[in-house]
Design a protein around this ligand. Structure first.
Ligand code: HPA
Length: 246
């Protein structure tokens, strides 16, 4: 039985149509998660929702306690996670307003607590990460898009940067040479920590701007907000189809 959680990103402080039945306050050996966990129902299915940046959303990407978030979800019976991430589009198809289901990730973050396997070990643990996202969950997302009437991009490499500033044009060129299609600040270590806890994890990434040097305009908060609104309309339609299938 899949027990699903949604980790909401920038602009996703709540899910339209989600009826909360219980607020869960929790603590973990790694500290407190970003906020209380909200348990409730969406389209007839029980889910837990956690806003990654807190409620209100005041925690910047590099200050998020990713370990506490993942551990708190695991402790509450979750085994499947949809991570929602706002991203910049690097390669040509990554158009603002579009939803992407990344299949690969490159980690450029630093100084974040990025593993559960560092203390009290009897032997080093090397977690398999060739396919960083759960392909069964990715397929469910991808297959739910046509009946939802939503266009999504079913592949892409996510470049996870440290933030909180946006990138320089040269940094984006480097990411592109490395093979990144999208760039965001919250993909890692969340994805790897989920794997360490054996949680099925996939990201739905919302393209909210063209990455630095890739668009005609500068990156403004107004621009990001407008594209976010477009992407969230598609995300809402996708969720209605997807969540009952999980
Ligand atoms: N870069 C990094 N993170 C982001 C961006 C970006 O352009 N847009 C949204 N999150």
């Amino acid at each position: 039985m899949k027990k699903l959680a949604v980790i909401g990103g920038t602009g996703i402080a709540k899910i339209e149509g989600f009826v909360i039945t219980e607020d869960i306050t929790c603590d973990t050996p790694y500290g407190k998660p970003s906020s209380i966990l909200s348990r409730g129902t969406y389209a007839g299915r029980e889910i837990i929702f956690l806003p990654r940046h807190g409620d209100p959303p005041v925690i910047p990407p590099h200050k998020i306690n990713y370990r506490a978030n993942l551990r708190a979800l695991k402790d509450n019976g979750v085994n499947t996670i949809l991570g929602i991430n706002a991203v910049g589009g690097i390669t040509s198809g990554m158009i603002p307003g579009r939803l992407v289901v990344p299949d690969q990730i490159i980690d450029y973050t630093w100084g974040r607590k990025h593993t559960f396997f560092e203390e009290g070990l009897t032997h080093p643990v090397y977690v398999e990460f060739t396919r960083p996202y759960d392909d069964t969950l990715r397929d469910l997302i991808i297959n739910s898009a046509p009946p939802a009437g939503v266009e999504i991009l079913p592949y892409g490499t996510y470049g996870a940067t440290q933030g909180p500033r946006l990138e320089s044009a040269a940094e984006i060129s480097r990411l592109e040479r490395d093979g990144c299609d999208i760039v965001g600040m919250t993909g890692m270590p969340e994805c790897a920590l989920a794997r360490e806890l054996e949680l099925a994890y996939a990201s739905i990434s919302l393209v909210v701007n063209r990455a630095a040097g890739k668009g005609e305009e500068g990156i403004t908060m107004d621009l990001i907000q407008n594209n976010m609104d477009l992407a969230v309309m598609d995300l809402t339609r996708l969720f209605q189809e997807l969540i009952p299938r999980i």
